[in-house]
Structure formats: C-alpha cells, structure tokens
Design a protein around this ligand. Sequence first.
Ligand SMILES: Cc1cc2nc3c(=O)[nH]c(=O)nc-3n(C[C@H](O)[C@H](O)[C@H](O)COP(=O)(O)OP(=O)(O)OC[C@H]3O[C@@H](n4cnc5c(N)ncnc54)[C@H](O)[C@@H]3O)c2cc1C
Length: 388
Amino acid sequence: MPKKAIIIGAGIGGLSTAIAIQKKGWNVSVFDRTSSLTEAGAGIVLAANAMKALVKLGVAKDVVSIGAAVGKAEIRTWNGELILDLPTSRQAKRYGSQSFLIHRGKLQSILLEKVEEASIVKLNKQLASVEQNNDKVIATFTDGSKEEGDILIGADGLHSIVREQLFGTLQTRYSGYTALRGICSFKDERYTMEQGGGFEAWGPGKRFGFSQLGQGQVFWFAAINAPRGETISSNDRKQVALNHFNRWFEPIQTVIAATVDGDILHHDIVDYEPLPYWSKGRITLLGDAAHPMLPNLGQGGAQAMEDALVLARCLAEPHINVNLPSSLQEYEKIRKQRTTKIVQQSRRMGRMVQLENQLAITVRNSLLRHVPNKILIERLNWIVGHKV
Ligand SMILES: Cc1cc2nc3c(=O)[nH]c(=O)nc-3n(C[C@H](O)[C@H](O)[C@H](O)COP(=O)(O)OP(=O)(O)OC[C@H]3O[C@@H](n4cnc5c(N)ncnc54)[C@H](O)[C@@H]3O)c2cc1C
C-alpha cells in the first residue's frame, strides 16, 4: 500500500516536494489556504543551485523558456557610479548554470503542471491544527475537514502554523528595512531584454534593484531602512517609492513611474532565529517554515527546492518498511547546517548593503571595487555552486 504524505502549502517548497516525492512512488495531498496560486508584482531570482534543483525536478526547460537569463549584474552607487560589474558568464561556468529571473506566479504554475494529477492540490484549505500518534498524522482544516497520512510536511511559509503547532509561537526578527516590489513593461538601451539582468543601486540606508523578467517585463525591488510596522496603502506605494528614490540615477524613476498604481507589494523584511529542530515524529518543516531567511542572497526559494530533493532522497520507496520519523530526522540533519549558514550570511549581507554611515559606505565601496573577480566568484561558490 503506497504511503501518503500530506503537504501544507503549495508555494515553491510544497510543490517541489510534491513532485520530488511523487517520483519516489508516494501518494501526496497538497493543501493551501489561498484561492489561487499567483502572487502579483513579484519576480524571483533562480541562482545556479536553484536551476540545478529545477533540472532534477524536471522543469528547468520550462523555466528557461519563460524566464530571463541574468546576463548583466551591476552594482552602482545611488548616483550611478559603478562599484562592481559581476562576471556573470564566468560565474555561470564556475557554478554550473546561469541564473534566471522569472515571475513567481509563473514558476508556481510550472511546478503545478509537473505535479501528477493537479487535483491533489487542494485550494481554500487552511490548516488549523495537526496531531499524530505512532501510526499516522491527522491534519484538521478551518472548514472542519480532516486528512490522514503517514507523514506531514509543513511547507506553509514564514508564519508557519505547522511550526507553531510543533514548537510554539516564536518571535520574528525585523531586519530594519522594509521592501517594495513591482513589475512593469519597460525598455532601456543600457539594460536590454536580449542581454537580461540589470543592476542594484546602493545609497545610504536604501537599495534599488532592477532586472529583466522576460516577455518584455522588468522586475524591481526597493529595500528601505524604516521603523517596523509602518503601513503604506497600496495606492500610495508608487509615490512613496518615487519620493525615496528622487534624484537617484535613471532609469530608476522611470521604472517606478511605469508601474501600475496599486500593483506594488509592500512587506517588512523579517526572519527568525534558526530553529534547533525541524521535526517531531512524523511531522517536519521545509522551506521558509523551517529556515526563514532575509532575501539578500536570493536563496529562500532555492533552499526550499534543495530541501524537497533531499527529503525525497531520505524517504525510502513507499513499499519498504522503515521508521519514518528517522527518515525525517535524517533529512533535517543533512539540511540544517547549510541553511543555518545561509540564514546568517543573508543577515550579514543585509547589514553591509543597508549601511547609512557615509564613511562606512565609502570604505565598503572602495573595498568592493578592488576585490578580484576570482575571489568574488569563489566566495559564493558554497552557496550557488551547490548541487543536491
Ligand atoms: C522581498 C523578497 C524577495 C525574495 N526574493 C527571492 C529571490 O530572488 N530568490 C529566492 O530564491 N527567494 C527569494 N525570496 C524568498 C522566497 O520567496 C521564499 O523563500 C520562498 O517563497 C519560500 O517558499 P515556501 O514554499 O517555503 O513558502 P511560501 O512561498 O511562503 O509558500 C507557503 C504557502 O503556504 C500557504 N499557507 C500558509 N499558511 C497556511 C495554512 N495555515 N494552511 C494552508 N496553507 C497555508 C501559503 O498560502 C503559501 O502558498 C524572497 C523573499 C522576499 C520576502
């Protein structure tokens, strides 16, 4: 009798897990509280390690055909002076793949199509609680329905209910900055669609990034030092972004201005202290639920995919009788050290890029201008060159 996994969350982590463990022969049911799996206004970078994971999941070709390869990756000051021009083709050679940018909703659709029988993904299903005994795990949803399985995987994101059920309520750590993100149609001869990629501009306590997204669109984000919890109504976000980046080099103002009013996402950027454990009995965590990280290295999605592949490897073929809690412990043991290091590195990176002090900024920029490409490439190899 095939074993059954219940997956809570149909984000990048949950869908990747469904694909990976279905390949092992497991039955899978995925539940998500949303009514549709698209997120307006956001792109996602898929670094080389994410692309290698997508190859294993069998969807890399679809991502390549819809997304945009990152050909150009510059870092500039707020007024446009070049700090670094990252050697993207040498990086791709060293890391084993180019990076791509893709619309997050499109990535989810690609993953969803790869799940055998899309009907196993059930929407409008919000998890309320989980319980387990020696033989099974039971998920209860807010509509009162229940689902039984052999294991349960909490891929329910940053504010995971599964995590809360296992380990209680934990406090988020505010990064000190808030993010605005948008997508628009935009053309610029300096940053062409054919070349792909774009730039990040760093000013005191603020950063703006822009990258080709494919299909004639660009994705931008802004990270702004700010007190925690300030709300900006969706109709004011464009003007707030224009004000923050007033006098920054072009095309920053033009890109923001080209974004549809009301279509800009706003989130305070937070993570959690790394958890000592991810699993209890037949239940484990994956992706942001297990290791929420600041987005400064663009690795959250990539790490969720790596988790999915390792978890599938740790789960034996469903007809083999093994101790499932031990398989979940093994997955956690393999993944925890790497993801904890990336959580910490993302925090350090954030402190470096969101500096406010002018002297510190000058020192940082001049140090970065003198780092040889070879060292830049090698420093990231343990993260981006990784292959599960
Ligand atoms: C500003 C920003 C920029 C980022 N940029 C990048 C990037 O460029 N590259 C990258 O790799 N990563 C990036 N990330 C990180 C990345 O988005 C996340 O790490 C990734 O989406 C995590 O996937 P996940 O599946 O674990 O969680 P999520 O994508 O959060 O999915 C969780 C799912 O669970 C569902 N859910 C939640 N609670 C319940 C419940 N109670 N019941 C049922 N369903 C539930 C949600 O609806 C959601 O669909 C960025 C993050 C931010 C905030």
